[in-house]
Design a protein around this ligand. Structure first.
Ligand code: CA
Length: 705
């Protein structure tokens, strides 16, 4: 019955596609509220429910084997590509790393316009997890993008010309924007990131037509104890402020950034936002180990018109592990115990799958969707996790899953109302948590209060292999009513891509290894695969145009996982991002990428240094490893062992202290390191370079796809 109804509605909408009145990007509330059943893709998660389920079924299990490339585009950036493209009235809009926006003819692939916000390269330093962008929003003739330097920009959907631009952040703090804006009731909603460094998180609502700021909701209290004159003031005073105690949050701002998920229920007129981790991560340092620290790691329900608080659910009280609740928020109506419930579903980093009554925030169920060691369950009466007492790592180090990359990160899930399953891109990544022994807050620097030196790689090959064998990715089909896995596909590497589900009974997902695949939605059987020659982390989308169904995906590996945990990742060169668009019988060919050009190994045998390599090892793992890999393994951002800059002390200091490579994203570290420190780091990298010349630790597999 549902399927038949959907088919008829679809036929009507398809007939209309391409002849919408009012010019380019003419999306309004009526169109967005009907988006779940149409043949386009007009909002980040397809529709307000963010289910990422398309009713299209022309591509299905019987013909997906004939899927071929219809067209492709190549971009001018080789960093991570995380965007979900939109397709509206025959135009495909997408964004790339460095917050650039592109519009294409969705049938032919012809470029219609492009927009470059011209980000200063040194700003890349403030992006914990790559200079990525997850997509745009479209509303009444404008295209909205949040930029890595904190601007919200409205572009004319027809020309790409700037209609208005607002700086949404304090540029003296390390704020970034990577998430896609959403538009509800003529308001553009945008959050920000930066909680690994030290910022205070908030959500802003701007008038879609003029760019005027309408309201702001802070997710942590004002460190000066005063009201902000913001939508959050009342609930801060009544509920949140008392959950914070003395600690570094008063300097850092406490974190709680809102860097990804949003959803909207038009009947309840409630918007839902996912809130991030604390700054520093370490609860003892942040808040003296006291209090829940609202609204960190929470789901917040607010009124879109005013920002008025409706309810919250905190997934990880007193967060201490980078367990954000910014992950994908999905709304659905589920039959639970014979009753239809309006639910909100989330699989945040902490490893529990939550089903919540979205009218009132009441927990309906929560179960681990993967093996976790930090907690044994969630108390159904209080909604609080039952923690493993060792998990808070204050007296000794604890090796734990999940780690800071989460059991699930930003990679979007997808729902299929026919199978009733949620498809989760899952990571298995252990991490050794230990207090960093009183480092203290350093403005602008990495401020997590956790020891990264102990997360260097074991130099013993057997230990390294044992560690690598623990790490993997999975695609899990999860029954949210029964709270159990129905099928699982294993990926050799973690950081596998976002997911699309369709009425054709298919689940599409790429992988860091490089392939883009289709699976049977009911069984997980692999039905089709395409080698992209690069890694895939973004979520695919689909649309119908001129009677044909297309499937599109952004290709380009990168992001936090690729940057910060290369121990299990293939060594690969950075390749230009691409947009690949497929259809049944497509015959286009994307040229192979040029053969990986590994910089030549350096002859460092006779290079001298006055530095202290042991001190350099510590400094490297505190300051450099997040981008350049543990043990200078450098799987993704430049492999410093092969960088000519290590050949002389002057060249190395020129980059690290004087900022010679700032325009390429390597900002000066003079705020955090002395020239002597830089030479100590160089001495350590030279040790690793000599080891590598003898076949040492950082050997990693080559790309598979
Ligand atoms: Ca984080």
């Amino acid at each position: 019955m549902r399927i038949l109804g959907l088919g008829l509605a679809l036929a009507a909408v398809v007939a209309l596609a391409g002849c919408q009145k009012g010019g380019a990007g003419n999306v309004d509330a009526k169109r967005l509220e009907a988006a779940a059943t149409n043949a386009e893709w007009i909002s980040y998660g397809k529709d307000y429910n963010e289910q990422r389920f398309s009713p299209l079924d022309k591509v299905n299990a019987s013909n997906v084997k004939d899927l071929g490339l219809a067209w492709y585009a190549e971009f001018d950036t080789d960093r991570g590509q995380e965007a979900t493209p939109l397709m509206i009235d025959g135009v495909l809009y997408t964004s790339t790393a460095w917050s650039k926006v592109f519009a294409f003819d969705a049938k032919s692939g012809k470029l219609l316009w492009k927009f470059d916000p011209k980000i200063e390269g040194a700003k890349g330093f403030d992006a914990c997890c790559d200079v990525v962008n997850r997509g745009v929003a479209v509303w009444k003739g404008k295209v909205y993008v949040g930029t890595i330097d904190g601007r919200l920009i409205a572009l004319d959907a027809k020309t790409g010309k700037v209609a208005w631009s607002q700086q949404t952040t304090d540029t003296s703090r390390p704020y970034t924007i990577t998430g896609a804006p959403r538009v509800v009731k003529d308001k553009v909603f945008i959050g920000n990131g930066g909680a690994e460094y030290g910022v205070r998180g908030y959500i802003s609502a701007y008038d879609a037509a003029s760019g005027k700021l309408l309201w702001r909701f802070f997710t942590t209290p004002n460190p000066n104890g005063q009201p902000d004159g913001a939508a959050s003031d009342k609930v801060m005073a009544e509920k949140a402020a008392a959950t914070w105690s003395d600690g570094e949050w008063k300097q850092t701002g406490g974190g709680g950034t809102v860097w990804d998920s949003m959803a909207y229920d038009p009947q309840l007129d409630i918007m839902y936002f996912g809130i991030g981790n604390g700054t520093p991560w370490n609860h003892m340092k942040r808040s003296g180990g006291k209090g829940d620290n609202l609204f960190l790691s929470s789901i917040l329900a607010l009124k879109p018109d005013t920002g008025e608080y409706v309810w919250h659910y905190q997934t990880t009280p007193g967060e201490s592990w980078d367990y954000t609740a910014t992950q994908h928020i999905m709304l659905a109506d589920l039959n639970i115990g014979g009753q239809t419930k309006k639910v909100l579903m989330q699989a945040p980093k902490n490893g529990f799958f939550y089903v919540i009554d979205r009218a009132n925030g009441k927990l309906l169920s929560a179960k681990p969707y993967t093996n976790i060691t930090w907690a044994t369950g969630v108390d159904p009466a209080t909604g609080r996790p039952i923690e493993n007492p060792a998990a808070r790592y204050q007296t000794s180090m604890v090796m734990q899953v999940p780690g800071p990359l989460g059991a699930h990160n930003w990679q979007p899930m997808a729902f299929n109302p026919k199978t009733g399953l949620v498809y989760i891109p899952l990571n298995v990544t252990p991490f050794a948590y230990a207090d960093d022994k009183g480092q203290g807050y350093k403005p602008g620097a990495w401020n997590v209060g956790v020891d990264f030196v102990i997360n260097s790689l074991p130099t013993d090959q057997a230990q390294l292999a044992a560690l690598q064998s623990l790490i993997k990715g999975q695609l899990v089909a999860w029954d949210p009513v029964q709270q159990k896995a129905v099928w699982t596909v294993d990926h050799p590497y973690f950081w596998n891509a976002g997911v699309l589900s369709t009425a054709g009974g298919l689940v599409f997902q790429g992988a860091a290894e490089g392939q883009f695949s289709a699976y049977d939605a009911a069984s997980g059987k692999a039905l089709w695969s395409y080698k992209t020659g690069n890694g895939v982390i973004a979520a695919p989308m689909t649309y119908e145009l001129g009677g044909e169904q297309y499937v599109a995906v952004m290709v380009g590996v990168g992001g936090g996982g690729q940057i910060s945990a290369p121990a299990s990742m293939p060594t690969r060169p950075r390749l230009p991002g691409r947009l690949l668009v497929f259809k049944v019988g497509g015959t286009a060919k994307a040229p192979d990428f040029p053969a990986p050009a590994q910089p030549p190994a350096l002859d460092v045998a006779n290079i001298t240094t006055t530095g202290d390599a042991q001190h350099g090892f510590e400094l490297f793992h505190k300051n450099c490893q997040v981008c350049h890999g543990p043990n200078a393994s450098g799987a993704w951002l430049p492999d410093l062992k092969r960088s000519p800059m290590i050949m002389t002390a002057d060249n190395f200091k020129g980059v690290v202290i004087d900022g010679a490579s700032a325009s390429r994203g390597m900002a000066s570290f003079s705020r955090f390191l002395s020239a002597k420190d830089a030479e100590d780091i160089r001495a350590y990298i030279l040790v690793e370079a000599r080891k590598a010349a003898q076949g040492g630790v950082a050997a990693a597999p080559t790309p598979a796809g």
